[in-house]
Design a protein around this ligand. Structure first.
Ligand SMILES: [Zn+2]
Length: 58
């Protein structure tokens, strides 16, 4: 059974290492680029940019 979770984030650059435990995977970095959401190719979690809250890269 597949369940893809949506994660709200405030930056376009996110990292994902799965949900931990057996659902975990090697840490990957994802960048949305021009889009406002991206899906992790490993665990299918979807990262969505929270409204217009775009933090400046520190
Ligand atoms: Zn993932």
């Amino acid at each position: 059974m597949e369940f893809s979770e949506t994660v709200k984030v405030t930056t376009k650059a996110v990292s994902c290492s799965g949900s931990g435990g057996i659902l975990g995977h090697p840490k990957v970095y994802l960048n949305m680029g021009e889009k406002t959401s991206i899906e992790c190719p490993y665990c299918s979690r979807k990262f969505t940019l929270k409204k217009q809250l775009v933090k400046k890269a520190s």
